[in-house]
Design a protein around this ligand. Structure first.
Ligand code: ADP
Ligand code: MG
Length: 825
């Protein structure tokens, strides 16, 4: 009955292709029923097939169990009542292991063994190479007989130990999808110029038919809330419409984005669409990078940058329209911008709040019942599948799912959501080595990572159309949830996590944690699969998790972050009564008090809570107040030159060193060279920067020392800007290289709230709000363990760690921050 089965698969595929047609004719309900029927049919076929073998010696115990499991599932689905939730599951055949008490970890051991540990395997087993080669040969051999689609996926079972099978899915409803499928870029008439094609693409966006209506509404109202599906053209089109309608004659159109990478990428796109050079008519402005000119009329920027601009230009006189885009993200800066009520001072300034399909009422209410302009998007139905049981390792599950989609699903690009850069790099590496192993026997799979730190040339790669016959897999952070739309995505893999800032006002500790996403996020993520046609979303969590463990909405940033920099900004805008500031969702009072307390300790506020001269200087720097204070304090210690180098290096973050897998020892040795004399991490960073400068910013030198050139260049840019800001606050650039203590004292001046004392057991206790912490393992002081230290930041991984640590003398605390530390009698 193989033949019959193949026939069934062919039928199923045919149905797949006519989905769109049938969608138009049949109601969604019917469509679902049909799909379910079809899936059941397939399952029945399989069972019939295997029943024949069942009990015969041909099946191993494992296969027999698998079969039983399948049958159980089948029975369960058949017996389902219509009341059963319509959220379904997709099933890993090995899932039944769990019921039988098999360790979760073990279930993935095969995958881990295959994907991860090639290196260590090689060490332990000299024949590993040979085995790997053999593995691949087996893979190839089975593939040779593999027909397309389903057939191929069956054969892949030899290759992927944990094949994932899904039965049926609930569906994210389509919206307004009677339209024809969107033309795919590059497939239209080739005689047209690229520019003409771009113009055509613009007209195909869902927002286009509402252009005139929208402009009318903007003309009629000062404040307008605009709501539309992600990818419908809000960010790229509205500023252009405003430009075309003449709004840029008397001022700029500013459009804020929660993330720098979104601001940069969207500005690039719009410059392209308008046929102008980026930085001229269309530009962007993000922290430490200003790509605008006198000519710029459409300016994309981070919301944080607009907040900074407000400090210098409180009435935003140079703007005719401000668009607060992605308002649903509710970032700290966006919330503060709302509270500042930018439209209040100038009746002719238009304020547009634009958001994906969430929270519109809330925005409208907040802005005194501002009208809501909602236009329908174009969203195709998306099949959603869940796991039947939680996975031990979501990264492994994501990799398996991607490979599985690649070999068994029709062409169409894949989007995988991962929490951060590190996870993306890991998955990228594993996927690459997997694919290399398959050689030419599978279709080309192009891997495109996208995260904030990625250089813009590489970022641009995700938007390039996928070559014919190939498939693209985009590994993205949350940025692809609503900020960036990548065309051609048909499959979404959603592990259900994101990295999120959390803040404990009691001890002042802020950490980035990998946390489950909210239901609203999950819905947005699924929606990415249905942009240009029906799609599928694979959720790597259970329907139960979704229902019971996930919050409805993400908590706004203002309620889970350190408010010190915002309070400083508000104070310098002369907003003194923070408790009565018009917050959309007020932050916890504790967090506000904590921020005031810190700013007082830093000398930015006086006892009455008023901004001091020091505070005014600090507010000029687009940095965390502790870093700003460190810089301002360096004036007194005559070492501003050194301190801005350190501040720049700290701002680049943790991506300065790189450790190639095969040269980790070399890399670590190179790094320790900068630590000789147990100088502490801050001084080591300074040494790195100065040495690089001495070689005249040599790239070769970076290679030799396992240092990332890109990060160093960024540090240099940041440093240049800090130097200009020093001038603005009239602090001379002075160097005091012979006296490292003065450099350390400046650091303590900024980070006095981050001091810790060694305990008997080798751990540390923070001085102010007692907490047990440890020196980060890669620190130059992790073996030295000085009695007192000051640290830059706090990280929580397996333990509470201090990262970037420097030794201090305890009497400095009393000398430098007397109102914060007093000597015990
Ligand atoms: P919205 O803001 O409503 O989510 P956008 O204006 O960001 O929508 O996107 C509209 C369309 O513009 C997207 O569907 C995508 O095709 C295209 N687009 C946006 N940014 C880029 C980019 N950087 N490169 C290529 N295409 C882009
Ligand atoms: Mg947008």
């Amino acid at each position: 009955s193989r033949k019959e089965k193949e026939e069934a698969v062919r039928r199923a595929n045919a149905l797949e292709r006519s989905d769109i047609a049938s969608l138009r004719k049949t109601s969604r309900q019917e469509y679902l029923k049909k799909r379910e029927q079809q899936k059941l049919e397939e399952l029945k076929d399989e069972i019939a097939d295997e029943q024949y073998l069942f009990g015969s010696e041909k099946l191993t115990q494992k296969e027999t169990d698998e079969f039983r499991h399948k049958k159980e599932l089948y029975d369960r689905v058949i017996k389902r009542t219509p009341e059963d939730d319509n959220a379904d599951e997709y099933v890993m055949p090995n899932a039944y292991d769990q019921d039988r008490g098999v360790d979760q970890e073990k279930r993935f051991s095969v995958a881990a063994h295959r994907y991860k540990d090639m290196d260590s395997r090689k060490k332990m087993n000299p024949f590993a190479e040979q085995e790997a080669w053999e593995d691949n040969q087996i893979g190839k051999a089975t593939l040779k007989f593999g027909a397309k689609n389903k057939q191929a996926s069956d054969d892949y079972q030899f290759v992927f130990e944990n094949q994932i099978d899904f039965i049926k899915a609930s569906v994210l409803a389509g919206e307004n999808c009677e339209d024809e499928m969107l033309p795919v870029a590059g497939q239209t008439n080739s005689t047209k110029s690229a520019f003409e094609m771009l113009q055509e693409d613009r007209k195909n966006l869902p927002i286009y038919p509402y252009r005139d209506e929208l402009l009318k509404a903007i003309e009629d109202h000062q404040v307008l809330v605009i709501v539309g599906e992600t990818g419908s053209g809000k960010t790229t089109q509205i500023p252009q419409y405003l430009h075309e309608a003449g709004y840029t004659k008397h001022g700029k159109v500013g459009c804020t984005q929660p993330r720098r990478i979104a601001a940069m990428s969207v500005a690039t796109r719009v410059a392209h669409e308008m046929g102008v050079k980026l930085g001229h008519d269309v530009g962007y402005s993000v922290r430490f990078e200003d790509c605008t000119s006198e000519k710029t009329v459409l300016k994309y920027m981070t919301d944080g940058m607009l907040l900074r601009e407000l400090l210098g230009e409180p009435d935003l006189a140079s703007y005719s329209v401000i668009i607060v885009d992605e308002a649903h993200e509710r970032t700290l800066s966006t919330d503060i911008l709302f509270g500042l009520d930018m439209a209040r001072l100038r009746p002719e300034l238009k304020l547009l709040i634009s958001s994906a399909t969430m929270d519109a009422e809330k925005f409208s209410n907040y802005f005194d019942a501002a009208p809501i302009f909602k236009f329908p998007g174009r969203r195709y139905p998306v099949d959603i599948s869940f796991l039947p049981a939680p996975e031990a390792d979501y990264m492994d599950a994501a990799i398996v799912t991607v490979l599985q989609i690649h070999v068994s699903e029709p062409l169409g690009d894949i989007l995988v959501f991962l929490p951060g850069q590190e996870e993306i790099e890991n998955v990228e590496e594993t996927l690459k080595s997997k694919i290399r192993g398959f050689g030419t026997k599978i279709r080309e799979l192009i891997i495109c990572p996208i995260y904030a730190n990625l250089p813009s040339e590489v970022q641009a790669k995700v938007f390039e159309p996928t070559p014919e016959g190939a498939r693209k897999v985009v590994l993205a952070t949350n940025i692809a949830e609503t900020s960036l739309t990548i065309d051609g995505i048909k499959y979404v893999v959603d592990p259900g996590f994101c990295k999120i800032k959390s803040y404990n006002p009691r001890n002042g500790i802020e950490s980035l944690l990998v946390t489950p996403i909210s239901k609203a996020s999950a819905t947005q993520r699924s929606g990415r699969a249905g942009r240009t046609g029906p799609g599928k979303c694979f959720r790597l969590y259970t329907a139960f998790n979704y229902q019971n463990d996930m919050e409805d909405n993400t908590v706004p940033e203002i309620q889970r972050t350190n408010l010190a920099s915002v309070v400083l900004a508000l104070k310098s805008l002369a907003i003194d009564d923070l408790l009565h500031f018009d917050f959309m969702d007020p932050p916890p009072a504790e967090a506000l008090v904590k921020a005031l307390e810190l700013l007082f300790a830093l000398g930015a506020l006086n006892k009455l809570g008023e901004l001091t001269k020091v505070g005014r200087k600090m507010a000029e720097f687009p940095l965390d107040p502790m870093l700003s204070k460190m810089i301002v304090a360096s004036e007194k210690y005559m070492c501003s030159d050194e301190i801005i180098s350190i501040a720049a290096m700290l701002s680049v973050g943790s991506s300065i060193f790189y450790r190639p897998k095969d040269k980790q020892v070399h890399a670590d040795n190179a790094r320790m060279n900068f630590h000789t004399g147990d100088v502490g991490d801050h001084i080591a960073l300074l040494k790195i920067y100065s040495s690089w400068k001495e070689t005249n910013y040599s790239t070769q030198w970076c290679y030799e020392n396992y240092i990332q050139v890109r990060s160093m260049k960024r540090a240099r840019d940041i440093r240049d800007q800090l130097e200009r800001l020093l001038e603005r606050v009239e602090i001379k650039v002075t160097t005091n290289l012979n006296d490292l203590d003065s450099v350390r004292k400046s650091i303590v001046a900024g980070f006095c709230a981050h001091s810790a004392k060694l305990e008997k057991n080798g751990s540390y206790r923070t001085a102010k709000h007692p907490l047990t912490v440890h020196i980060y393992p890669s620190s130059g002081l992790s073996k030295v363990l000085p009695r007192w230290v000051v640290y830059h930041e706090h990280v929580l991984t397996s333990k509470e760690y201090m990262r970037q640590v420097t030794e201090l003398k305890p009497n400095w605390l009393v000398e430098i921050a007397p109102h914060y530390y007093q000597l015990k009698d």
